[in-house]
Design a protein around this ligand. Structure first.
Ligand SMILES: N[C@@H](CCC(=O)N[C@@H](CS)C(=O)NCC(=O)O)C(=O)O
Length: 222
């Protein structure tokens, strides 16, 4: 059976949500954030020991964007990406790439500013730069989502799932909201889908994406 190596409420949420949307049979393997070597198979799937990582037989894939693209291809009947040859398919590639290379990393200056400077007094500056970058990303997203139901228009795809998770992280950080009404309404639309709500419950997350139990991952204390 497919195995998803995950830490509840982390980047692996997107993979779990895509698997739930696809109705896939999978086993969720909980990785403890402070003990990533407890399950040796994890490092065999992802030598970087980060989640999500997915294994099915000889297939091993990690990096959130790659995992999502693989799930969409693995379950074509789920419609999580338009088929090859459909002109909207490259739009999904573009969304996944931008989300992975720009929006995902834009969270680090806001979530862990002190990790990004050797100057003990520099964290406020890192956070401030991070806030202005995030404001720009939110403004860009508003223009992309204005008048659209989903990222590529009328079809729900893995791009919506990845974006939903990264917008949801606004609940982890004080005084940050990504974008305006187009982004926030998209967040609410994705969050109302039954499979997404199920993934949230499995990952111990509230409807606003904040954690029910901030000190637990996979039911274990961090
Ligand atoms: N670029 C990687 C980043 C993955 C990543 O940073 N995963 C984090 C979870 S958000 C992780 O494994 N973190 C465990 C930890 O830092 O405690 C991806 O997109 O999959």
């Amino acid at each position: 059976m497919m195995q998803l190596f995950q830490i509840t409420g982390s980047s692996s949420f997107a993979a779990r949500a895509a698997l739930e949307e696809a109705g896939a049979a999978y086993e969720a393997v909980n990785i403890h954030p402070r003990n990533r070597d407890a399950i040796p198979a994890f490092a065999e799937v992802n030598p970087l020991k980060r989640v999500p990582a997915l294994q099915e037989g000889d297939v091993k894939v990690y990096e959130t964007g790659a995992v999502l693209l693989h799930i969409a291809d693995r379950f074509p009947e789920s419609g999580l990406i338009p088929p090859l040859g459909d002109p909207r398919r490259p739009e999904v590639y573009r969304w996944i790439m931008w989300t992975a290379n720009t929006l995902h990393g834009a969270w680090w200056p806001l979530m862990m500013p002190s990790f990004l400077t050797t100057d003990e007094s520099g964290a406020d500056g890192v956070r401030s730069k991070g806030l202005s970058a995030m404001a720009q990303h939110g403004a860009y997203l508003d223009t992309q989502l204005e008048g659209r139901e989903w990222c590529i228009g009328d079809q729900f795809t893995i791009a919506d799932i990845y974006l939903y998770m990264l917008v949801g992280w606004q609940s982890f950080v004080d005084d940050v909201q990504i974008g305006g009404a187009p982004v926030q309404e998209h967040f609410a639309r994705v969050g109302a889908r039954p499979a997404i709500a199920r993934a949230r419950e499995l990952d111990d997350l509230k409807p606003d994406f904040s954690r029910n139990h901030p000190d637990l991952r996979g039911g274990e204390p961090i």
